[in-house]
Design a binder for this molecule. Structure first.
Ligand code: GLY
Length: 358
C-alpha cells in the first residue's frame, strides 16, 4: 500500500487503524483482511452520486442504505430505516456497516452499529474535512432528540477509518473552512508547533496543496487518537476536545440549527473561551489575536451572530452535556498549545466574554 499514512488508535483489543491518503478508496486490497460476513454501506444521495464510484471494493458497495441528507434527519426514524434494511436482508452479528458521509452519516451509522443485535462492526469513510479530523475517530455515535443535540448515543469504536483526501475536492469552501476550525482546535489545545505550522502554511492549506492537507489531517488524527486512547469515555482529558463547543452548541441552539455550520459556531466559541481565559489569567491578548487572525484567514466568524440574545445563550449552555454536579464545566486554553478543564468560572466572567463578542 503506497503513500498511505497509518495511525493506530490504541484501545487494547479494540485498537484500530486510521488510513490517510490520496485516492486510497481505489485500493481494492485496503480492507481485504477484514473478516466480515456481509457489508452494508450507509450514505446519502449526494455522496452516492459524487463519490460512490471511487470505492473500488465491490463487496462494500453491494448493499446500500440511502438516508436523507442533513442534520434534521439525524433521528430515530433514520436509525429504524437502517435496522429494517438489516433485518429484512438477514444481516447477522458478524456483518459490518460502512459509514460513507460526513458527521451525520457517521454518527448515525455508528449508533445503529452499536445497537443492532447488541453491537456489530462498522467502518468510517468520512467525506468532509470536519468528519475526517474529528467525528469519524473516537467512537462517539448518536442521534439528536427533539429536546437536545446528540442526546441519545453510545461509545462504539469503528474497526477502521479510511480517509481519502481526494474527496475534499468537491467540498464547498465554507464546509472546508468549517473543518479547519477543528484542525486549529488541535493546535490550541495540544500543539503549539502545529498551530504555528498552520499559521505559516495557511495559504497552501487554503489552496488544498495535497501534502499540506495530508499533514493537517494526519496531525489532527494523531492528537485525537492519543487523547481517545487515554480517555475513551470522556471521564477527564477527552473533554479538552470540547474547546469552544459549549459556547458553539449554545450559538447553534439559539440561532437555530443549520444557520451556522458547527465549525463556524465553535470557531466563535474558541474566542469566547479565550476571553474567559484572559480574565482567568491563562492567556495573553497577543495569543488571543493570533487565534483570531488565523480564524479570519479561513473566513470563520470571530463575533457572535448579530442581535443574538446573550441571556438565551447562557441558558442554552445549561442544557448542554457539560454540566456536572450542577456546575458548568469549561474547557479553556492555557496559552496556545495547552488547555485545561475548570468548573470555577463565574456567570459574570462568561457574560463579559459574550458581550465582548456581540
Ligand atoms: N468531538 C469530540 C470528541 O470526539 O470527543
Amino acid at each position: 500500500m503506497k503513500n498511505i499514512r497509518k495511525i493506530i488508535v490504541k484501545l487494547e483489543d479494540r485498537s484500530y487503524p486510521i488510513y490517510i491518503g490520496k485516492n486510497i478508496l481505489s485500493d481494492k486490497s485496503l480492507l481485504g483482511k477484514i473478516n466480515v460476513n456481509n457489508f452494508a454501506l450507509v450514505t446519502n444521495k449526494k455522496i452516492k452520486s459524487l463519490h460512490l464510484s471511487k470505492i473500488k471494493n465491490n463487496s462494500i458497495k453491494k448493499n446500500q442504505i440511502i438516508l436523507s441528507d442533513g442534520e434534521k434527519y439525524k433521528n430515530q426514524e433514520s436509525i429504524s430505516k437502517i435496522y429494517s434494511y438489516l433485518l429484512k436482508n438477514k444481516f447477522s452479528r458478524d456483518s459490518c456497516l460502512v459509514a460513507f458521509g460526513g458527521g451525520v452519516i457517521g454518527d448515525m451509522t455508528g449508533y445503529a452499529s452499536a445497537t443492532y443485535q447488541r453491537g456489530i462492526n462498522f467502518i468510517q469513510i468520512p467525506t468532509t474535512l470536519l468528519s475526517m479530523v474529528d467525528s469519524s475517530v473516537g467512537g462517539k455515535t448518536g442521534i439528536n432528540h427533539p429536546l437536545g443535540k446528540n442526546m441519545i448515543g453510545a461509545f462504539h469504536q469503528p474497526i477502521a477509518v479510511i480517509i481519502d483526501t481526494e474527496i475534499l475536492k468537491t467540498l464547498s469552501k465554507r464546509q472546508f473552512n468549517a473543518g479547519m476550525a477543528e484542525v486549529i482546535k488541535y493546535g490550541i489545545i495540544k500543539d503549539k508547533n502545529f498551530f504555528k505550522w498552520i499559521t505559516k502554511n495557511c495559504l497552501n492549506i487554503k489552496l488544498q496543496d495535497p501534502e499540506s492537507i495530508i499533514k493537517i489531517i494526519k496531525r489532527s488524527c494523531e492528537i485525537k487518537a492519543e487523547i481517545v486512547s487515554q480517555d475513551e469515555e470522556e471521564k477527564n482529558i477527552r473533554a479538552l476536545l470540547n474547546l469552544g463547543h459549549t459556547f458553539g452548541h449554545a450559538i447553534e441552539n439559539v440561532l437555530g440549527y443549520g444557520k451556522w455550520l458547527h465549525g463556524e459556531a465553535i470557531a466563535c466559541g474558541f474566542l469566547i473561551a479565550s476571553s474567559v481565559a484572559i480574565q482567568n489569567k491563562t492567556m495573553s491578548i497577543n495569543q488571543y489575536n493570533d487565534i483570531k487572525n488565523l480564524l479570519e484567514v479561513f473566513d470563520l466568524p470571530t463575533k457572535l451572530p448579530k442581535n443574538i440574545n446573550i441571556e438565551n445563550l447562557f441558558n442554552a449552555m445549561l442544557v448542554d452535556k457539560k454540566v456536572k454536579d450542577n456546575k458548568m464545566v469549561y474547557v479553556l486554553p492555557n496559552g496556545i498549545g495547552d488547555s485545561y478543564i475548570t468548573n470555577k468560572i463565574s456567570r459574570k466572567i462568561v457574560m463579559k466574554a459574550f458581550i465582548q463578542h456581540a
